[in-house]
Ligand binder design. Structure first.
Ligand SMILES: [Zn+2]
Ligand SMILES: [Zn+2]
Ligand SMILES: [Zn+2]
Length: 89
């Protein structure tokens, strides 16, 4: 546990689709948990969801850091370093 440079420099852009996973909303599929891309604000679903759209978004764009988009959760995850981090406020 600890913050890598990607996590440290990541911004926190507003969500593009505050109502849920962008791809699931388009295709009418269901998600379990939501993740937000800290590069562009894309909302995708977690790896427990059938679509795994947060990971798919990383593989497509290379945007390295996501954070939880669940209420009360603020952990961040870096795909490049496979590291869980958190910003201390
Ligand atoms: Zn990193
Ligand atoms: Zn999805
Ligand atoms: Zn992105």
């Amino acid at each position: 546990m600890g913050n890598c440079e990607h996590i440290l420099v990541a911004a926190d852009p507003p969500p593009l689709t505050p109502g849920g996973c962008q791809e699931c909303l388009e295709h009418g599929t269901k998600w379990v948990h939501l993740r937000k891309c800290l590069e562009c604000g894309h909302i995708g679903c977690c790896d427990s969801s059938p679509g795994k759209h947060a990971t798919a978004h990383y593989e497509e764009t290379g945007h390295p850091v996501i954070r939880s988009f669940e209420p009360g959760e603020d952990w961040r995850w870096c795909y490049v370093d496979e590291r869980l981090g958190q910003l201390t406020s």
